[in-house]
Ligand binder design. Structure first.
Ligand SMILES: O=C[C@H](O)COP(=O)(O)O
Length: 252
């Protein structure tokens, strides 16, 4: 079974509209016509419209960085799937460890968010991963099992592979401390097995990204791992040339 690799750049809270447009101008000549890798950028809300407009017709897809599970309501500061859908984004990242850690996003929230995102026809990138303390205590599998099973609980078996799961060991995010290929492969294979336990075919099809200090220098080795189907890239995705080099590393 061949899974199309998926490289997504997560800009986090970086780039004004002008800076986002400058990124797109730099990136489109490099990746705008690549069709053997799915390519996305996860953009702060204020720049989404501009980036959707400037990437229309290209291979570069636009993702949001958060969404609420409710259709609408008194949720100050939040954004609904209908609002994202109207902007013509391809999907949205949910469960990023920074949102879990700093903004209190819980497994229970994710359980509500994932079905709502799928029902709107948007693609979720669902992040999971353990802290350094949890890894050192031998709890990596317990943590991943809980996050994956809870988050995907209300996704229909037949829809599981519509979710891209990003395995991001928290200790490797923004630290320059990349997981070893063995650690990345082992965790991604474990996540795939959890999906396969629900539905064997969906387990084969689901794409699992590795995230955490992915750079042009280490991307090829990580992306060649059998259960790693792409990358969720933070710092190295802020610059078009370095982002494009990682996309190139994902090509067969
Ligand atoms: O969403 C991306 C990840 O948090 C990885 O960030 P990083 O590549 O800066 O370590």
């Amino acid at each position: 079974m061949t899974r199309t690799p998926f490289v997504a750049g997560n800009w986090k809270m970086h780039k004004t509209i002008a800076e986002a447009e400058a990124f797109v101008s730099g990136a489109l000549p490099l990746v705008g016509a690549i069709d053997d890798v799915q390519i996305g950028v996860c953009v702060p809300f204020p720049s989404i419209q501009a980036v959707v407009d400037s990437t229309r017709g290209s291979s570069l897809q636009v993702y949001a960085q958060n969404v609420h599970w409710a259709e609408q309501g008194a949720y100050t500061g939040e954004v609904s799937v209908a609002m994202l859908d109207e902007l013509e984004v391809a999907g949205v990242v949910v469960g990023h460890s920074e949102r879990r850690q700093f903004f209190g996003e819980t497994d229970a929230d994710l359980r509500k968010k994932l079905p709502v995102i799928l029902a709107a026809g948007l693609e979720p990138i669902f992040c999971v991963g353990e802290t350094e303390e949890q890894r050192e205590a031998g709890e990596t599998e317990r943590v991943l099992r809980h996050q994956v099973q809870e988050g995907l609980h209300d996704v229909a078996d037949g829809d599981l592979a519509k979710v891209t799961i990003a395995y991001e060991p928290i200790w490797a995010i923004g630290t320059g401390k990349v997981a070893t290929p063995e650690q990345a492969q082992e965790a991604c294979a474990f996540v795939r097995a959890l999906v396969a336990a629900r539905d064997a075919e969906q387990g084969e099809q689901v794409r699992i990204q590795y995230g955490g200090s992915v750079k042009p220098e280490n991307a090829a080795e990580l992306l060649a791992l059998p259960d790693v189907d792409g990358a969720l890239v933070g710092g190295a995705a802020l610059d078009p040339a370095s982002f494009a080099a990682i996309v190139e590393a994902a090509r067969a």
